[in-house]
Ligand binder design. Sequence first.
Ligand code: ZN
Length: 68
Amino acid sequence: MKRCDASRRHKGPFYTLIIHAREVGRGSRQPGYRRAAQTKKVATLCKECLLAGRIEAEGKDLVPLEVK
Ligand SMILES: [Zn+2]
């Protein structure tokens, strides 16, 4: 069951935060080229914590793996 990351006692509804990184721009739209993408689940928070909080993430977790 989903819980707020800040406290197990916080009440729902909860929000799962996801950062989606996607390669864009020149060179990424050629036919047959698959854009690199990475989806990272950052946190699950209740509404109150989400409103009061600020989201940070490690950049290295967001960089897509190199597409071969
Ligand atoms: Zn909370």
